[in-house]
Design a binder for this molecule. Structure first.
Ligand code: CA
Length: 227
């Protein structure tokens, strides 16, 4: 769970985003102007700022620069303008990620988790453990029953993403967004191939699963085989 400041003047989008974040367990404070949003971002020290670029009182890029000048908080920018120059300008101004309207609550949540994870990876090392599986996120090392696993970068990211959400189904679209950074495209086949390699390294297969369970038509779920 994270504390999020949302700065968005469109009532419908503000409600959609605030409800979506709250439904995923985040604590949201919202503002409909840039200056009030800046005040919230400074005074409440949130874990994340989600902000619209088209605000009534100040250019969004200016607001982004002001936030970044006074705070380390990660910022996800919402933009109606999908033009490449706007996106580039926004990223240059310090945005950690962006979403182009219209977007789904699932996309927002996937971006939110990814940005927060990048932030926490800069800090203390975190270790994920499920059954005999152990992942050192910062060192990018994984082991099974004490034996180091020799994983490719994509296999490691895939294992990390599903282990972070052990016990819940992670959809292929989320994997595409978080592991391959391609929320709108990519092929299921790519994921299937990497899953198959990963299973092989964990000493299991789709027909004899242990840690990685397929939920047909939805995605995959990591479980403790003895749990
Ligand atoms: Ca707006």
């Amino acid at each position: 769970m994270a504390s999020v400041v949302l700065i968005e003047d469109d009532v419908d989008i503000r409600r959609l985003v605030a409800n979506g974040l709250a439904a995923n367990g985040h604590d949201v404070e919202s503002s409909n102007t840039a200056l009030e949003g800046l005040e919230l971002a400074v005074n409440t020290s949130p874990d994340l700022v989600v902000m619209d670029l088209g605000l009534p009182d100040l250019d969004g890029t200016e607001l982004l620069r002001m936030i970044k000048a006074v705070s380390q908080v990660p910022v996800i920018v919402i933009t109606a303008r999908g033009a490449d120059d706007v996106v580039v300008k926004t990223l240059d101004a310090g945005a950690d990620d962006y979403l182009v309207k219209p977007f789904s609550v699932e996309q927002l949540e996937a971006r939110t988790r990814a940005v927060l994870r990048r932030g926490s990876a800069d800090g203390a090392a975190s270790t994920l453990r499920v059954g005999g599986l152990k992942i050192d996120v910062a060192a990018r090392e994984a082991s099974l029953d004490g034996e180091p696993l020799d994983l490719s970068p994509k296999e490691f990211d895939l294992l990390r993403v599903i282990t972070e959400r052990a016990g819940t189904v992670v959809s292929k679209r989320e994997l595409m967004a978080e592991v391959w950074r391609e929320p709108y495209g990519g092929s299921d086949r790519t994921i299937d191939v990497h899953l198959s390699w990963l299973r092989n390294k964990l000493g299991e297969s789709a027909s004899e699963p242990r840690y990685i369970r397929t939920v047909h038509g939805v995605g995959v779920k990591l479980v403790d085989p003895k749990g």
